[in-house]
Design a protein around this ligand. Sequence first.
Ligand SMILES: Cc1ncc(C[n+]2csc(CCOP(=O)(O)OP(=O)(O)O)c2C)c(N)n1
Length: 634
Amino acid sequence: MIEEKMLILLRQGKISKWFSGIGQEAISVGVTNALNEEEYILPMHRNLAVFTTRGIPLYRLFSQWQGKMNGFTKGRDRSFHFGTQDYKIIGMISHLGPQLGVADGIALGDVLQNKKAVTAVFTGEGGTSEGDFHEALNIASVWSLPVIFCIENNGYGLSTPTKEQYNCENLADRALGYGMESYIIDGNNIIEVYTKLKEIAEELREKPRPVLIEFKTFRIRGHEEASGTKYVPEELMTEWGKKDPISNYERFLLKEGILTDEKIEALRVEIETEINENLKLAFEEDEVQSEPEQELQDVYAPFEYQETNPGSVVEHIRLVDAISKGLKQSMEKHSSLVIMGQDVADYGGVFKITEGFMDAFGKERVRNTPICESGIVSAAMGLSINGMKAVVEMQFADFVSSGFNPVVNYLAKSHYRWNEKADVVIRMPCGGDVGAGPFHSQTNEAWFTKTPGLKVAYPAFPYDAKGLLATAINDPNPVLFFEHKALYRSIYQNVPADYYTLPFGKAAKLKEGGDITIVSYGAGVHWALDTLERNPDISADLIDLRTLAPLDMEAIYTSVEKTGKLIILQEDSMFGGIASDISAMVMENKFKYLDGPVKRVASMETPIPFAKKLEDNYLPKNRFYVVLKELLEY
Ligand SMILES: Cc1ncc(C[n+]2csc(CCOP(=O)(O)OP(=O)(O)O)c2C)c(N)n1
């Protein structure tokens, strides 16, 4: 009835398009009713009945669709793209697949917290073609997670019929390959959906494991309202029209004497009144206003940095040790913290950062993962939704590209969209000068500094690395934590033995001088230090940024006001890197203080080559002095 009403409003131009679930209602209603209220459910764009079955007041749903404040996203996202912890509903992102992995993480959280609960997640048959589907099912099976994966096979993914989407008879058959059970259920029969799902959910609560369900159904309306169904053969429409779940159930209830025509009429009037009253509320509500300050503030979850002062005992350790010890202390401090990554358990990770962790904290909290970056980043988000913390180790920063989508679209945007934190740190062993070629040497921080909602740390020293990692883990926002591989075992420092934190957004001034400002981070800091050591006549401020998001522009501005010259050294290739933005900001805001052009020194615009001579020439460290000298003499 809600959708019928919306159709009228759409024709009147009063609402924008949405994705109809007409003909598929039995699946949403049956699955949602089979779950307990405190169990998480992750619907898709066609699952209105999940929201109504969970009892969300209709005016809030209508306001959500109209982009108003009584909705769930302050007007920032549309239709069903939202979640609400109040109703334990976790909405989709447009990319469809990632939420399957998020369901894994939520279910893992339940298992680790000894809750006897199941998680249900939806996908269309089109979504099953995404890699995320494979990754999520595989993870759930390997880890025995109580997830009910629900495929709504409705015949079409937009205009694409099933025979062009996959080449097997039943999608449920894929379960065999993942080592899990599966069922095919008539998705238009509410009694079958509900009774079977209730039985499965009860079993899974007692004996956690994933189950794949293929609901056979049909999409009676267009992909989105107003887009039509011209490409669907008429006979399919007629055939499935006869199987409409609501009219069939109504007939059944009438036959059984449970319903009467009078009761149906009374119910219709009651529901229509509810819809109209709630629509009135939503229409009467004002449009949202844009308050730029509020918009910016909501990009990140609130976090109050807590200074923690360590005792006086120090140890002379390498960068790799500082990260390992810091991570270990955070594991002791946060009992809800889980580490996930390839080979991080018994093997201790390829850089041995988590060596011994499994013995200290157990295999439950130090988890080897299959090779599936997207699924694991999504699962980390699920852990966060379920009240836990996650550190994900990328084996090499390069491989984050395989998990890029959930990082930049799910984690980064969650708080802004629907007020949900993403309490996840992604550790990124990065960087060149190690003779490792194009796929084990990249320093890809600029992929992330570009994306609002992410924090990015890039320490150059053991002391900074240990303190910043502790803060990254305390912070409920998603943090990309870059660790330079060439510095892991070459840079030593005296580091407090105790746990301590350092603030984000505060650069360190490593050298004080009057003639020029040098800004760098990561390995670049050490190249700059070497250059200054070899040329003691140069009087420079050397600023180590330490974190790139937030970025300490004040430290740069103050120094440039004093020296009048700025050179930025970055390891990444030049175009689109952080140096370009710093340069632009200084030109825009401190032009009158400049006595020369702002200079950027960076790697060549090529992939990172393997052979030593090629890599040496690719990296900027040997070019730095030449440009520095030119600018000093300008
Ligand atoms: C990664 C990605 N690619 C393409 C799209 C565009 N798109 C949105 S829904 C859809 C079809 C989805 O089909 P299916 O999963 O079967 O769900 P249905 O709409 O039939 O319920 C497509 C192609 C998208 N949202 N995300």
